[in-house]
Design a protein around this ligand. Structure first.
Ligand code: ZN
Length: 154
């Protein structure tokens, strides 16, 4: 995949590593289940809570195979699950980090089931041949990007 000149500036991602005090211990976990909005997950569990839609339709959670509900922290890694409903509802596997006492899961990577197997979604610009992790206009040509499943590298 070549990157046309001029695109490089748009691809620069600044990773700011702040001077934060040591937080709670993190544990790497792999969770399996279905990614749903909080509203859908409550419904699936038969919980008759009238959650306000402002939160319930925007918060994305993993409803685990053990029927436990884990809210996802919205960030660069998980953003596609929040923005693209096509990625929700089916089987999913999420690798992430859990912090002691914190209910939110920080997503590292995730896969969703497509065509009977778990695959990693990405968004692709056919003009520039570049990919990003979350739906957006192309950072290079400002054109539309399309959802596709990343060719398997394993
Ligand atoms: Zn483009």
């Amino acid at each position: 995949m070549g990157i046309p000149p001029g695109c490089v500036a748009g691809l620069l991602v600044l990773l700011s590593v702040g001077q934060t005090p040591p937080g709670p211990k993190a544990a790497d976990v792999t969770l399996r289940g279905r990614v749903l909005t909080l509203a859908s997950a409550l419904q699936s569990l038969g919980i008759a809570a009238q959650a306000d839609p402002e939160q319930a339709t925007k918060q994305v959670v993993l409803l685990g195979d053990d029927r436990s509900l884990t809210p996802l922290l919205s960030d660069e890694a998980s953003r596609a699950l929040f923005l693209d409903e096509r990625l929700r509802g089916g089987r999913a596997e999420i690798r992430g980090r859990r912090f002691a006492g914190v209910p939110y899961l920080q997503v590292t990577t995730f896969q969703v089931e497509r065509d009977g197997r778990l695959q990693t979604p990405e968004y692709y610009c056919t003009v520039c041949s570049i990919t990003v992790r979350a739906p957006q206009t192309c950072p290079c040509c400002q054109g539309p990007m399309e959802l596709r499943m990343r060719p398997d590298r394993r």
